[in-house]
Design a protein around this ligand. Structure first.
Ligand SMILES: C[S@@+](CC[C@H](N)C(=O)[O-])C[C@H]1O[C@@H](n2cnc3c(N)ncnc32)[C@H](O)[C@@H]1O
Length: 420
């Protein structure tokens, strides 16, 4: 097979979207999420590779649902999977617009309850010990009250809308260092008052909901199907040859620990109690616990693992596991695509211990191995605000300037487009 050198690909300025970023359009601004898509990229991919009539778009690593929201906004049916229950909750809410008048009535009733708040009254709240680690008592009781009010909602759509608003403000109202995605306590963080934070964020969400709702109503897209499944990208359960277009972005290797990042919501909503076990389900985690260094399907992958193993056996094992997981995902993508369908994969490279981890090219090898053929490879710059540009030289994790082991990474990524 013809060797493809990704280093020779030039950056495409038309994919930068420097002027007009749609990060707050529709419901995209409901909840922060690490490494989320720039919606403009998804929109452009949908325009270039639209499903045939009645066809379906899929995202196997749906995250906070950018692909599914854009699919719905454009009138295309979609399906997504993500292993993270926080991601599936956010996606469900972002793709389920609510009648704005009804929402406003429920919201007013919700905040009217704040007058009854009594910090000394008993509130039935989750008791995970980490909650006391992250929240000061005053914030904890107020957040518990917010949860209680949300859970009194009988309409599931509205209850989940409020839960997403609460989930988003948890970081602000806790001792978590605001500028960090890593679980790090900020000992001098000023207290944020939960009721005020909730009101402010809910109002923003309600404005976005209204615009999305009206857009869907105007275009008659209300009943366009959209389904999010809590599940594994390696075995999605999606029907064979049922998808026209995949638009997805796998996690970076050992960069973000999604399980850790979403632990506040996880503890409050009792989505998991054993963080260590939960972490292992994620692709790209440094807690994978696998031992083999064997990777099949990419000569480049084998060379990378060998070079890494000379520096750190543990990291080599984690990256080998990551590559093997990506290989399974490539097979899964080929399985669910219709003949002639397109897979669009947004993926970046990284450097760990001075070894270049060329994930994009390795994934391309896997996709070709799974029987897909190259349509186009695009290289684009990532706006630095969306993706940290500093990584720890040793672990490859995203970091901040105060880490003396940090290294600047060139912020670009590839969009690999393949056809079945
Ligand atoms: C780069 S993010 C995707 C962000 C998404 N494109 C968006 O706009 O929000 C990668 C996602 O992969 C998910 N993930 C990690 N391991 C997974 C697995 N085994 N199966 C499905 N999803 C997984 C993470 O929870 C995370 O949401």
């Amino acid at each position: 097979m013809r060797k493809r050198d990704f280093d020779k690909i030039k950056v495409s300025p038309s994919w930068a979207f420097n002027q007009d970023r749609s990060t707050n359009k529709w419901t995209h601004g409901y909840h922060r999420y690490p490494a989320k898509f720039l919606p403009n990229v998804v929109e452009k991919l949908i325009d270039l590779y639209p499903p045939e009539e009645g066809g379906m778009i899929a995202d196997l690593f749906a995250g906070c649902g950018t692909t599914l929201v854009e699919a719905k906004a454009h009138g295309y049916a979609s399906i997504g999977t993500d292993i993270n229950p926080v991601a599936t909750l956010i996606t469900r809410v972002k793709t389920t617009p609510i009648d704005p008048i009804k929402l406003e009535t429920e919201y007013n009733a919700f905040i009217a309850k704040f007058a009854n708040y009594d910090s000394k009254a008993f509130i039935d709240m989750p008791t995970h010990k980490r909650i006391d680690y992250w929240f000061k008592p005053e914030q904890k009781y107020k957040v518990a009250f917010l949860y209680q009010c949300a859970n009194e909602e009988t309409d599931d759509k509205i209850r989940e809308f409020f839960l997403v608003a609460i989930s988003h403000i948890l970081k602000n109202c806790s001792r978590w260092l605001q500028s960090s995605t890593k679980p790090q306590v900020d000992k001098i963080k000023p207290d944020v008052e939960p009721f005020g934070a909730f009101e402010q964020h809910c109002q923003q969400m309600m404005q976005s909901n209204k615009l999305f709702y009206e857009h869907l109503q105007t275009h008659n897209f209300f009943d366009v199907p959209c389904r999010i499944i809590e599940g594994d990208a390696r075995r999605t359960g999606i029907e064979d040859a049922s998808i026209d277009t995949i638009i997805t972005s796998p996690p970076y290797v050992t960069s973000y620990e999604y399980a850790d990042i979403h632990q506040l919501t996880g503890y409050w909503m009792e989505l998991f109690d054993d963080l260590a076990k939960f972490r292992q389900k994620f692709i790209g985690t440094s807690y994978s616990g696998k031992t083999s260094l064997e990777v099949s399907g990419s000569k480049l992958a084998t060379e990378i693992i060998k070079a890494l193993d000379e520096k750190s056996h543990l990291i080599a094992r984690n990256v080998a596991t990551y590559f093997n997981d990506l290989n399974q995902v490539a097979e899964e993508m080929a399985r669910i695509l219709k003949d002639g369908g397109y897979a669009c994969v947004v993926i970046g490279n990284t450097t760990i211990k001075e070894v270049q981890i060329k994930s994009a090219q390795v994934f391309f090898d896997f996709l070709r191995g799974a029987g897909l053929k190259e349509e186009k490879i695009i290289k684009r710059n990532i706006p630095y605000k969306l993706m940290p540009t500093l990584r720890d030289k040793n672990t490859g994790r995203f970091t901040t300037l105060d880490n003396k082991d940090c290294k600047k990474v060139y912020p670009n990524e590839y969009i690999i487009i393949m056809q079945k």
